[in-house]
Design a protein around this ligand. Structure first.
Ligand SMILES: *Cc1c(COP(=O)(O)O)cnc(C)c1O
Length: 222
């Protein structure tokens, strides 16, 4: 009941154009089923093995989003079913996703992850690396991937002005590249905002929020 209530409350407060990804990493299948019963159909996971186990057990109309850092050698396990990969941060990874998507006769939607936080540990491209990917001839030969947006994670801080600045930077980059229209690159999704900062992210132009603990409760990693 608690999970269903959380989802209803969050959804009621989201603008209609903002998509909710329920981040279910570390949570048991029974929790995901509770969210499913409440109408949630998009789930986000950060480990390919865990996501695949859940995909096998749960209803097939669920959209699975990979939100974590992706290792190239594991792409093959999710290629048959993954709906959106948020954390793509290299041309090499795009090439591997393209190869595995082709084997499955699919086009896999991807977001390019942009480094917007101050922390060194967060993955992602900077603006010049993004440009370099788009300028690479080999990018344009990738027919089994489609870059449909950008993703970013703000600094973990109480300083809202700092977070806002980072989200605004990502939104400006998104706006700048929206005029670029190639067969495999058409930006429409801006994935930013988590439990602690999604209101601010929406104010800054987010179209997709990734919310875990505000739905499922705090995670236990033990
Ligand atoms: C875990 C995670 C989230 C959700 O975090 P909460 O603070 O629990 O909402 C969102 N995005 C990414 C990339 C994550 O790894």
């Amino acid at each position: 009941m608690r999970i269903a209530e959380n989802i209803q409350n969050i959804k009621a407060a989201l603008p209609p154009e903002v998509t909710l990804v329920a981040v279910s990493k570390t949570k048991p299948v029974s929790d995901l089923m509770e969210a499913y019963a409440a109408g949630q159909r998009i789930f986000g996971e950060n480990k390919i093995q865990e996501m695949t186990e859940k995909w096998e057990q749960l209803p097939k109309d669920i959209e699975w989003h990979m939100i974590g850092h992706v290792q190239s050698n594991k792409v093959k396990y999710m290629a048959p079913y993954v709906a959106l990969i948020h954390g793509v941060d290299s041309l090499k990874l795009l090439q591997e996703i393209n190869k595995q998507a082709a084997k499955n006769n699919r086009v896999i939607d991807c977001l390019l992850q942009i480094h917007i936080a101050e922390e060194e540990t967060k993955f992602g491209l900077d603006a010049s690396e993004l440009e370099a990917i788009l300028n690479a001839a080999s990018f344009h030969s990738l027919q089994n991937i489609k870059v449909i947006g950008l993703m970013g994670m703000a600094t973990f801080t109480e300083d809202n002005a700092q977070i806002q600045k980072e989200f605004q930077f990502l939104k400006s980059l998104f706006d700048q590249y929206q005029s670029v229209q190639w067969p495999n690159f058409q930006l429409q999704t801006l994935s930013m905002g988590m439990s602690g900062d999604y209101q601010l992210a929406i104010d800054c132009g987010s179209t997709m929020v990734r919310i875990g603990s505000s739905i499922f409760g705090v995670r236990n990693y033990s």
